[in-house]
Design a protein around this ligand. Structure first.
Ligand code: SF4
Length: 295
């Protein structure tokens, strides 16, 4: 995959609507494009205008400096999220350490953070996350299948599911909130009670304190086209069934989603796993404290 370095003008985007999932106040994308190449990835959709999603990663090499400059000026201390449009721990992070650098800036400025990833590479920043957790830190791992082999077909560039859970156990062991984002759930591939039950069992075994489920898949333009090409390669005949069943609908629900939700509630209750995650309540930073940080 081609790596292109660029300079960006801004790095911290405000989240305007209340964010019920993660409680984010700001969003941060340090890269563009994603080496994990999940076959269902929504970031391929035309509305995001990321050309060459599967062949190029753009590295925002001045991102950490920009964050160091802008964060002390913020008047609201609220959760900074990373991992929505690309994975902050894709392999290129080993070379550039943008996520690691950004987390150090966040720790220094005592801001809360939520990291969403599919990679155990997050462990390289565990000490920094522990420091941030004096304010608030949470790390969510996306898991859509309990099966490493199936995971390799659906998320070919991402670390194995089992490695994600091993990382989760270490993060939980250091007292940081961690849990599972169980979405999407691909119809006719992953939407069965064995898969969902196995994911919850693994989450419980590895210290998850929350699990956020959504049972189905969104599909838009380029994202749908790419998914169907990949289904043809790995699951012959399935793209025809998708076309017949979902047409051009935006949301392709899991089969018997209600049954899966009921199962999820029941099993999560049994293990003491919450179906929402803890959130940091945004607070005003007094201008005096803010000025002191600037000098
Ligand atoms: S890890 Fe996330 S952003 Fe990256 S390809 Fe997969 S779904 Fe897309």
């Amino acid at each position: 995959m081609m790596i292109t370095e660029t300079h960006t003008k801004g790095i911290l985007n405000p989240v305007k609507q209340p964010d019920d999932w993660f409680g984010l106040k700001y969003n941060m994308n340090l890269y563009r494009g994603c080496q994990h190449r999940c076959i269902y990835c929504d970031s391929r959709s035309e509305c995001y205008q990321i050309e060459n999603f599967d062949s190029e990663v753009i590295v925002k090499i001045n991102a950490v400096d920009l964050l160091a400059d802008s964060l002390p000026r913020k008047r609201i201390r609220g959760t900074i999220g990373t991992g929505s449009m690309n994975d902050p721990y894709m392999p290129v992070e080993k070379q550039y350490n943008l996520t690691g650098g950004a987390l150090q800036v966040i720790a220094k400025n005592q801001f809360p953070v939520h990291v969403l990833t599919k990679s155990d590479l997050v462990l390289k920043d565990l000490d920094t996350l522990v420091e941030i957790n004096k304010t608030f830190a949470a790390v969510s791992f996306t898991v859509t299948t309990a099966d490493d082999d199936l995971g390799k077909k659906l998320e070919p560039g991402a670390p194995k599911v089992s490695r994600r859970f091993q990382a989760m156990a270490q993060i939980a062991g250091r007292g940081i909130y961690t849990g599972v984002l169980l979405m999407p759930l691909l119809p006719m591939i992953e939407d069965n009670s064995e898969n969902v039950g196995a994911i919850i069992q693994m989450a419980a075994d590895h210290g998850a304190s929350y699990l956020l489920p959504s049972f189905g898949l969104t599909m838009r333009d380029r994202q749908r086209e790419y998914l169907y090409q990949q289904l043809d390669q790995h699951f012959p005949g399935l793209s025809t069934q998708y076309r017949q069943k979902f047409g051009l609908r935006y949301f392709a629900p899991a089969d018997d989603a209600q049954k899966l939700y009921d199962l999820t509630r029941e099993v999560c209750d049994k293990f003491g796993i919450n179906l929402s995650m803890p959130k940091f309540t945004p607070e005003k930073i007094s201008s005096k404290a803010s000025q002191m940080k600037l000098f």
